[in-house]
Design a protein around this ligand. Structure first.
Ligand SMILES: Cc1ncc(C[n+]2csc(CCOP(=O)(O)OP(=O)(O)O)c2C)c(N)n1
Ligand SMILES: [Mg+2]
Length: 278
């Protein structure tokens, strides 16, 4: 790759990338972050980047653990997680990264996984093509400190029943022989059997531009209250167009210069009044 990378402070890649994009809007800027980095120490910066909508790309590698520091629980670790920092099991409720992004008005929300390089490649291209901040969550195995966290979605034997691949304009189908589908019962997603009377015509048709359905999709996890086990969606959940921060900022600067002329930084720093202390 003809590229240049820089390490910033833990959790602040989003802030550094925002500054970089503001100064150099011509660059293609990618933020490579983790569940700890992007949602714990840098959680605040992540949500503000999403609402500001700089045209940058976030790759959130979610392994549900602090890997580098040797296995402490993270804000995406499941409840009751036993780690060195939670020897009796964690008692925090985890973040749902895509629901958090939705709540911060992100304009591009997608999920992929490390063990499906074809799908991941397609999602990287979609992230790149989107004008605005893209938020791509990537399920990633940490073979040392959290091995097998996403096994049910990546193993050949369970993947067809557990992973649901979203495609624009297509019905939500899954299963080894594409024999199961998702239907909406009011606001609740329910599983129907296409080999047992259910028709494809009744299924939920995926529309990346549907803001309301995206709210349901990002919440498609197991539902303990309904005792419902749902497949986990992968793909582009939501895309919308909203002006980018750096473009509006450039316009504002241009208009102000047209009205008031070019500023003088030295003059501004010196201020209107000076005193001589004797
Ligand atoms: C300011 C600061 N605080 C704490 C740390 C220690 N630290 C380094 S990586 C890390 C957590 C990383 O977790 P995650 O972002 O999930 O990445 P992973 O290693 O799992 O890929 C922490 C707490 C640090 N390097 N800098
Ligand atoms: Mg991690």
């Amino acid at each position: 790759m003809n590229t240049y990378g820089m390490h910033s402070i833990h959790g602040r890649a989003t802030a550094v990338a925002s500054g970089l994009k503001a100064a150099r809007p011509d660059l293609s800027v990618w933020i490579v972050t983790g569940d700890g980095d992007g949602l714990s120490i840098g959680g605040n910066h992540t949500i503000h980047l999403l609402r500001r909508n700089f045209d940058v790309n976030i790759l959130l590698f979610n392994n549900q653990i602090y890997g580098l520091t040797k296995g402490q629980y993270s804000p995406t670790s499941e409840e009751n997680k036993i780690t060195k920092s939670t020897p009796m099991g964690s008692i925090d409720h985890p973040f749902n990264p895509l629901a958090l992004a939705m709540g911060a008005d992100a304009c591009f929300i997608a999920r992929s996984m490390d063990r499906d390089p074809k799908h991941l490649q397609a999602m990287l291209l979609r992230s790149q093509a989107h004008k605005g901040t893209s938020f791509l969550e990537i399920y990633q195995n940490c073979n040392i400190f959290n091995d097998g966290a996403f096994e049910i979605f990546t193993e050949k034997s369970s993947k067809p029943d557990e992973a649901l691949f979203l495609e624009q304009g297509k019905p939500l189908v899954f299963g080894a022989s594409q024999n199961k589908g998702i239907k909406l019962d009011g606001f609740k997603p329910i599983i129907v059997d296409l080999e047992d009377g259910a028709s494809k015509d009744d299924l939920w048709i995926h529309d990346e531009r549907d803001f309301y359905k995206a709210q349901i999709l990002v919440r498609m996890f197991d539902d303990p209250t309904l005792q419902l086990h749902l497949p986990r969606p992968f793909g582009v959940f939501y895309e919308a167009d909203r002006p980018c921060y750096e473009d509006v900022m450039a316009m504002q600067i241009e208009e102000t210069i047209a009205q008031k002329g070019k500023g003088d930084l030295d003059k501004l720093l010196r201020g209107r009044e000076t005193w001589t202390i004797s």
